[in-house]
Ligand binder design. Structure first.
Ligand SMILES: *Cc1c(COP(=O)(O)O)cnc(C)c1O
Length: 663
């Protein structure tokens, strides 16, 4: 093979052909922003990530500037930056897609988007979504006792649809019925057959007509990590025989109008639109069958599951990820419902979706400080082996030359094998005392230098295919960036489900990132790392980053983790007592010179708050420190004034957030 570029070692002449200048567009392409960003994110001419929350307005918000501003204002990182306008844009896009689909399909039943609050219950998030949905008559869904208590008082009118999923006890059902009596359009969704009996009884007790929906267990399932939400094994929903019995009972009792809604939910991140069509056809047949029996359901609720393209797949890739547009999703639902209603000759019901992830994911970005970088040990290219070095170091040193002059992938692979062997030899010699600590450390540096040289030559050649061992070198050589956050608190689904999130530096992108890194968090848990990154061709194990200054960074280096607005904020786990992160809520505002304003900032959970969750309180802890100091002062270990200062230092921790201070 002769397609290897000349090595820097064998050929010291600089490549004088100026490479094409690096542009912001190159940075966007490197991090696959066009594929996952839905047009919301880009890189501006300053090399900073910016948000374009509203396609209809051409305002940009410079993310790096927002972070600088809130940090200067005293907000500690890590922080979630919420682009509130993106929430509104997503609600509008969803409704526009359904409007378009209904027009194209001549579907006359109408459409209502409902927001399931479990995806992100933060009040400001829900408020924004409700406000954006108002012109479309959108509704809201809740699925637990606490969510119900928070949601009922916030319904805006008697017309606003409120669905209550999940298991409900009698008290919850009574509260729902009370709000029905007040005129609110609240529908409990029967998740199991016994709830149906309870609703009938409680409605009768209250002297009001029952009104509810039913979640149906369909045969159709959607493949993916959330597949158990649907199908006959799902813990949710009533089976077809149970539904038929329920329908007969309502007809018998002369209250066919009690069943208002039929519902299914296939699970989150539907990967395959075809699976959704199957399910919609199935529920539409169920609907038609019930209409024939004399029931009058008004709504057909196809649940959530509209996917988010975390993996940056190109549309139509069909690779088992999410590669369809919002419009294709809407078309799938509307046309499938239309087809069945036409065939069965039944009235077209109002279609409902409960999409949460697709509405909220894009609006928030987690911004973390990089605290430092660890590199693989190495030696400089002009390193000279000291006289009298151990022969094993000599072997490795010679392999540097061999790597530089190797002609072809086969020879490079042979060099790698030889280096592995020498390294093992060095380990053995060290274990048995034939190699001292300095020599062992030198052997390690030389080994990684050989690996780096091999890798550089493979990269320069850029072959279509390389032996897996050579391919893996890039990952093995990656730096490790220590980042000030907790995977368990902020990216639960990365840890629990291996889900990938788009990650990239938020500034400095006018320079080409030249290094690759894995990210580790500050928890004392080896699972607290990110070693899977978004790429359309499949996950990558290292991320392109800039060369960090060594030592404590003078200039902060910050990474943004994108698409974290759905579920991640809420699932956070207090592993190692790392608490909630700070937040800033940002709005587009063309009248401001910066193009935006920060409406609100919220500091992360304090040390005191986290400790209270596990029953430690400042009074007791401080009293103990005080006792210790008094003892030590008496024994002459510290002076009394010093003791006072120590106590003050200790007390100052309680109002701090739980993360590190990079300064
Ligand atoms: C979780 C859930 C949703 C939201 O699903 P997304 O994938 O976030 O759209 C909708 N409906 C029900 C019943 C749910 O449990």
């Amino acid at each position: 093979m002769s397609d290897l570029a000349p090595s820097p070692l064998s050929d010291a002449v600089e490549d004088l052909d100026a490479p094409d200048a690096w542009t912001p567009a190159d940075a966007e392409a490197l991090y696959h922003m066009p594929a996952w960003g839905e047009g919301f994110f880009g890189v501006n001419d300053d090399g900073n990530v910016c948000a374009r929350p509203d396609a209809a307005r051409d305002g940009h918000i410079d993310l790096a500037a927002v972070v600088d501003e809130v940090v200067a204002g005293g907000l500690p990182l890590p922080a979630v930056i919420r682009f509130q306008d993106i929430l509104a844009a997503r609600v509008q896009a969803l409704n526009a897609a359904f409007r378009q689909a209904a027009e194209d399909a001549e579907y006359g039943g109408g459409y209502t988007s409902v927001y399931p609050v479990k995806v992100n219950q933060l009040r400001e998030v829900v408020d924004e979504i409700v406000e954006a949905g108002r012109p479309f008559g959108s509704g809201i869904e809740c699925g637990s006792k606490a969510e119900l208590v928070a949601t009922l008082p916030r319904l805006e009118s008697d017309d606003m649809l409120c669905l209550v999923n999940g298991y409900k006890d009698a008290a919850m059902l009574r509260l729902i019925l009370t709000f029905q009596r007040l005129g609110r359009k609240v529908l409990p969704i029967v998740e199991k057959a016994s709830e149906f009996e309870q609703i009938l009884k409680l409605s009768d007790d209250a002297g009001q007509a029952p009104a509810f929906g039913v979640r149906v267990k369909l045969a159709a399932v959607a493949p993916g990590p959330w597949t158990k939400s649907g199908g006959s094994l799902s813990k949710f929903g009533v089976s077809l025989p149970e539904l038929v019995a329920l329908a007969d009972r309502l007809i018998e009792e002369g209250r066919p109008e009690a069943l208002r809604l039929l519902h299914f939910h296939l699970g989150s991140q539907i990967g395959d639109v075809a699976a959704l069509k199957h399910a919609v056809r199935e529920i539409a047949r169920v609907y038609a069958g019930l209409v024939r029996r004399g029931l009058t359901p008004e709504y057909l609720d196809v649940g959530g599951g509209l996917g988010v393209n975390y993996d940056a797949l190109p549309l139509g890739a069909g690779a088992g990820g999410v590669d369809y547009s919002v419009q294709e999703y809407a078309n799938a639902v509307v046309y499938a419902a239309k087809e069945v209603c036409d065939a069965e000759g039944v009235p077209e019901p109002r279609l409902v979706t409960e999409n949460g992830r697709a509405v909220t994911a894009h609006h928030s970005v987690l911004v973390v400080d990089v605290l430092g970088a660890t590199r693989k040990p190495d030696v400089a290219d002009d390193f000279e082996l000291p006289k009298g070095a151990h022969p094993v170091a000599g072997e490795l040193d010679a392999l540097r030359e061999t790597a530089a002059s190797a002609r072809g992938l086969g020879e490079l692979l042979e060099v790698l094998h030889d280096a592995n062997e020498s390294r093992e030899k060095a380990h053995a010699l060290f274990q048995y005392g034939y190699l001292d600590l300095d020599a062992a450390a030198l052997a390690e540096r030389l080994y990684w230098a050989v690996c780096r040289l091999i890798h550089e030559r493979v990269e320069a050649a850029g072959p279509e295919w390389a032996p897996p061992e050579l391919d893996a070198l890039g990952d093995a050589l990656a730096d490790q960036l220590l980042c000030d956050f907790s995977v368990f608190q902020s990216l639960m689904d990365h840890w629990a489900l291996g889900q990938r999130f788009p990650i990239m530096p938020i500034a400095g992108l006018d320079q080409e990132p030249t290094r690759r890194a894995r990210l580790v968090d500050i928890t004392c848990d080896s699972d607290g790392e990110i070693a899977k990154f978004v790429a359309p061709e499949g996950a990558r194990r290292a991320l392109e980053v800039h060369d960090l200054p060594t030592g404590p960074p003078d200039e902060p280096y910050r990474l943004g983790v994108f698409l974290v607005g759905a579920y991640q904020d809420i699932l956070g786990d207090a592993h190692n007592l790392f608490g909630g992160v700070s937040e800033a809520h940002v709005y587009l505002d063309e009248d401001e010179p910066s193009g935006y304003y920060v409406e609100e900032t919220i500091r992360g959970t304090t040390v005191e708050e986290m400790l209270a969750r596990v029953q430690y309180f400042p009074s007791d802890l401080q009293a103990r420190v005080q006792t210790l100091l008094r003892e030590k002062a008496r024994a002459g270990v510290v002076r009394p004034k010093e003791a006072q200062a120590i106590l003050a230092d200790y007390r100052a921790f309680f109002p701090q957030t739980t993360y590190l201070d990079p300064t």
